[in-house]
Design a protein around this ligand. Structure first.
Ligand code: FDP
Length: 276
């Protein structure tokens, strides 16, 4: 069974997904399982990735943030995909991404079952970041080509922070923490998890979409976003938490389960964990 085959399919699809975005910026009359109104682009990227991944011999199941159920497609790895993470950035033409987790256990399962995780970032350049076998590598992706541009190691001196959710909806501990780190770090927040995590991987720092007063589990989904991103950041030398434990250790009982997400330099994640 080949994990590389799965990652190659995602790399090949990325420039196609990017080129199909301009005509798909409008909302359609459908909601995803999490109750969010879908864009034409969300549905289209999901169908494209679902069809391509289901055709790979080493894929046993396809799960998507845009689909209610896990679809069994054969024997092999269980692939969880957020086809367009941060798609609300499409209307304003800001960056967004695709997130992929390759699991070797039936879904839902914990991040400890990940054998690889990757994200594509549709920024000024299309890049793909892949975590496998304990390291994280960045590629530049163009039609028919995926060029290795080097291993990613989280800088030891952090520079940036970005936190999601409305400030008045944060628990007091999160607000106190942000007040403290404002003296040390620079706010860089764009509203798409992939783009915000990419800044943390590049400059060092912390990204969080915390628990909220109105929703104690926050917004992001563990299987499609939290665990794959934790796997990528931890493989790059960083740390992750849901407020109590590594995101890779969070028990997952539902496919669309939400979780607070903290990722970044270990010291910053530890301090936030101690505050909430
Ligand atoms: P989006 O709804 O645009 O797809 O979970 C998806 C996500 O974006 C993340 O990429 C992002 O960090 C977060 O939600 C932003 O959500 P809000 O703007 O609703 O806070």
């Amino acid at each position: 069974m080949s994990v590389s085959e799965i990652l190659d399919v995602v790399a090949t699809a990325a420039p196609e997904i990017r080129s199909g975005l301009p005509g798909r910026r409008t909302k359609i009359d459908e909601q995803n399982r999490s109750g969010e109104r879908q864009l034409a682009a969300d549905v289209w990227a999901d169908e494209l990735l679902g069809d391509r991944l289901a055709a790979v011999d080493s894929v046993g199941a396809y799960a998507s943030e845009e689909r209610d159920e896990v679809e069994n497609v054969g024997d092999g790895y269980l692939v969880a995909v957020d086809p367009l993470d941060g798609s609300s950035n499409l209307r304003s033409n800001n960056p967004m991404g695709t997130v992929v987790g390759v699991y070797d256990d039936d879904l839902p399962t914990t991040g400890r079952s990940l054998v690889a995780a990757a994200f594509v970032l549709y920024g000024p350049i299309t890049t793909m970041v892949v975590a496998r076998d304990g390291s994280t590598t960045e590629y530049v992706v163009e039609a028919g080509d995926r060029r290795d541009v080097g291993e990613i190691a989280l800088p030891e001196e952090p520079t940036v922070y970005g936190f999601g959710g409305r400030v008045p909806d944060w628990p007091a501990g999160v607000a106190d923490y942000v007040e403290t780190i404002e003296g040390e770090l620079k706010l860089r927040y764009g509203g798409a998890m992939i783009a915000d995590v990419s800044q943390v991987l590049t400059y060092g720092g912390i990204f969080a979409y915390p628990m909220l007063q109105s929703r104690s589990s926050g917004k992001l989904r563990i299987l499609f976003e939290g665990a794959p991103i934790a796997y990528i950041v931890e493989s790059a030398g960083g740390s992750s938490s849901d407020g109590t434990r590594s995101l890779l250790d969070v028990e997952v009982t539902e496919v669309h389960q939400r979780t607070p997400v903290f990722v970044g330099n270990a010291d910053l994640v530890d301090r936030l964990e101690a505050t909430v």
